[in-house]
Design a protein around this ligand. Structure first.
Ligand SMILES: Cc1cc2nc3c(=O)[nH]c(=O)nc-3n(C[C@H](O)[C@H](O)[C@H](O)COP(=O)(O)O)c2cc1C
Length: 200
């Protein structure tokens, strides 16, 4: 890349107990990869211990967790807690990075908003710049449907819903994965704008 088009690194850190949120995470990364000059990395929280260095070098980190009992899963929360010692205490290393979030759950609401709010606050504690979903709500009129982009009507981040009797081969549905790809692309674009600004 030229000096005016720096490479932008987008990391997607996620937990998924049964594979559904992993599908959403893969879609976020795929969306980010559509932006020229973007390198993406998918990091399951189980691998986070080996990935603190990668996260330090990322321009943007997208955080994703399934909603379990009205908040991020315990495994994702453990990753968040570990970041206090690994990131905050060692020099506020994520300050001024781009951040965004996503969550998947069994119910259409399922209280995913609580998870997204928690993730946004977590990013704020790290001094990161939050990127919202940037889509109008959909599936909210007589002509709307579950095939709509942002069918669940989130603003803060990307939501997905996976029927609890379906595996990750079919859930969440394509509309939620397209919504996740949109978020990834938006994050990569914003990260690219920030990176160009730093060059200037
Ligand atoms: C311990 C536990 C708690 C859950 N709590 C919620 C919840 O609060 N709201 C909801 O809609 N679904 C809830 N679910 C359903 C999951 O969010 C849903 O199955 C999701 O697709 C799981 O994602 P995963 O396969 O990435 O783990 C819960 C599932 C588990 C296992």
């Amino acid at each position: 890349m030229s000096k005016t088009q720096p490479i932008v690194r987008v990391a997607v850190v996620f937990h998924s107990g049964y594979g559904h949120t992993a599908k959403q995470a893969q879609a976020v990364a795929a969306g980010a990869a559509t932006v020229t000059g973007t390198e993406t990395q998918l990091i399951p929280v189980e691998s986070a211990e080996a990935s603190w260095g990668d996260l330090e070098h990322a321009d943007a980190i997208v955080f994703g967790a399934p909603t379990y009992m009205a908040g991020p899963s315990a495994q994702f929360k453990a990753f968040q807690d570990a970041s206090s010692r690994k990131v905050l205490a060692t020099g506020f290393k994520w300050r001024d990075k781009i951040a965004a979030g996503f969550s998947n759950s069994g119910s259409r609401s399922g209280d995913k908003l609580a998870t997204l709010i928690q993730i946004a606050l977590f990013a704020a504690q790290h001094g990161m710049h939050w990127v919202n979903l940037g889509l109008p709500p959909a599936n909210n009129s007589s002509t709307g449907s579950d095939a709509d982009l942002n069918r669940l009507g989130f603003f803060l981040g990307a939501g997905a819903q996976s029927n609890v009797d379906q595996g990750p081969d079919v859930a969440p549905p394509e509309s939620d994965l397209t919504t996740a790809r949109h978020l990834g692309q938006r994050v990569a674009l914003v990260a690219s704008q920030f990176a160009r600004g730093r060059v200037v």
